[in-house]
Design a protein around this ligand. Structure first.
Ligand SMILES: [Zn+2]
Length: 115
């Protein structure tokens, strides 16, 4: 019985000691994605760093999430204020929305003059 196994490897050169080492391609793909560190044979830590574009994209995601939280919070606050305002309105007599004329309104009463 013959068993054939094929694993692809990615070559790395340690940034500290310069040794050449190999990791399976699937491992390398995961490290590129999750940015976790890995080590050369001599124990030196290696890692893929985030690109400037990835940093900007993550900052955008944080800002969008923050904006959504603020919108949600403001909506809840507005709803609560409206509810409190309605409760207060129920406790009062209806308030005339139009301001009552005060003082000289520009209108004059007509005087009847008899001859
Ligand atoms: Zn090393």
């Amino acid at each position: 019985m013959n068993v054939s196994l094929s694993i692809e490897f990615t070559e790395h050169i340690c940034i500290s000691c310069g040794c050449v080492f190999y990791v399976p391609d699937t491992f390398d793909t995961q490290r590129r994605r999750d940015k976790k560190s890995f080590f050369c044979y001599n124990g030196h830590s290696q890692a893929y760093v985030k690109s400037a574009e990835e940093e900007v994209r993550e900052e955008m995601q944080r800002k969008l999430a923050e904006r959504d939280r603020v919108i949600q919070s403001n909506a809840e606050y507005s709803t609560r204020l409206s509810r409190e305002l309605n409760e207060l309105k129920k406790k009062c007599k209806p308030v005339d929305e139009k301001p009552k004329p005060h003082g000289n309104t520009g209108k004059r009463k007509a005087r009847r003059v008899s001859a």
